[in-house]
Write a protein that binds this ligand. Structure first.
Ligand SMILES: [Zn+2]
Length: 357
């Protein structure tokens, strides 16, 4: 009953200084896809929806997000509670970066990545937040695992570029979230196309439709495309909000739409609360209220999203028993089958669409 254990741990840990409703990871398979830009703009988009947003730069490898933001106040010791740190403020968003601690080694005594990340999670007092956006380090190593295990991540946005889609890295990142029971709320394709400033014509130097194909390959929502746009790079270079610099830009329109979709997904993931009950060894019933649907183990197994089953043609065995199932947080159910697979995390949002509940 791993799912239950995770759920209990999440409940237990929720009484720290900060009151954060959702933690959103912004992740990528590798560096250089503009993930930090997406994390910043997505934070601003969520803030513009009227939400309380914080931004945690946990990318210990990449060029620091801090450089893309205006000089803010440094993080400070919390006077009321010397054990905790107060984040800096930038563009109206509480913000903390690993870079803060590279300089101020005295604040965090163990300047090794994992130590810093753990300190972040334990000692920063964010106050009350609707969403904490975490700029994840790219890839699937130890630091990412620490963040996934200890960060109480509610969901992840995966950033890719059209040319990165062909690579394994981004798939591995999506699969790791699945294995860690973290739902991916969608895929954002960055650096999708150029617009000729004179003619308004669109060019796609790196190919088209990659992000969308990747999303459909994993049955994930495709959240949108971000163009290669001078105002977006200027906002980063000058440490300004894209919303102030180019309020009418395509970038603002796209990020606003992505922000809205992400928020809706986070709310939906937390609120679906589907129930599952066993009908007989080879069937379960899924539903809520008076709408219940019977599903066979074979059909369920055929849809298994785990890394082992994903992409494999399932045997046409008619009898697949459902040996176990357990909730994962409040957003998904994990099933174990007589085929040997017990790693598939089925988000309620997907079950709802699939079973039309
Ligand atoms: Zn599976």
């Amino acid at each position: 009953m791993t799912g239950l254990r995770i759920y209990e741990e999440k409940k237990k840990k929720s009484d720290r200084a900060s009151k954060i409703t959702y933690v959103l990871a912004v992740a990528a398979g590798k560096g250089g896809v503009g993930k930090s830009t997406v994390a910043t703009c997505l934070s601003l988009a969520l803030k513009n929806l009227g939400l309380k947003v914080g931004l945690l730069d946990a990318d210990v490898y990449g060029p620091s997000l801090q450089q893309m933001l205006p000089e803010g106040l440094e993080p400070a010791e919390d006077q009321e509670n010397p054990e905790t740190l107060l984040p800096a403020m930038t563009l109206g968003i509480p913000f903390i970066s690993v870079a803060h601690f590279r300089k101020e080694a005295s604040i965090v005594r163990a300047p090794i990545a994992n130590g810093i990340i753990e300190q972040f999670l334990e000692t920063v007092n964010w106050g009350e937040l609707d969403v904490l956006v975490v700029d994840f380090p790219p890839g699937t190593g130890d630091i990412q695992l620490t963040l996934m295990q200890k960060g109480e991540i509610s969901g992840a946005v995966v950033v890719t570029t059209p040319q990165e889609v062909a690579l394994l890295d981004v798939r591995k990142a999506i699969q790791l979230f699945g294995e860690m029971s973290i739902p991916v709320v969608g895929v954002v394709e960055n650096m999708s196309y150029l617009v000729d400033e004179k003619t308004g014509e669109r060019f796609a130097p790196f190919g088209e439709g990659g992000g969308e194909r990747l999303a459909s390959e994993f049955s994930l929502p495709f959240l949108g495309q971000i163009p290669i746009d001078r105002s977006i790079s200027r906002a980063g270079d000058e440490g300004k909000s894209l919303w102030d610099l180019a309020p009418e830009s395509v970038g603002v329109a796209q990020f606003s739409s992505i922000g809205k979709q992400v928020w809706d997904s986070l709310e939906k993931l937390a609120n679906t609360g589907l129930q599952v009950r066993q009908k007989d060894p080879c069937h379960i019933e899924v539903g809520k209220g008076d709408r219940w649907v019977t599903v066979s183990g074979a059909d369920l197994q055929a849809k298994c999203p785990c890394a082992r089953c994903e992409g494999q043609t399932q045997s046409d065995k008619k009898e697949v028993s459902i040996l176990e199932f357990s909730p994962v947080g409040r957003y998904a159910m994990r099933f174990g089958f007589s085929t040997g697979c017990n790693r598939g995390i089925y988000p309620f949002s997907l079950l709802e669409i699939w079973l039309e509940i």
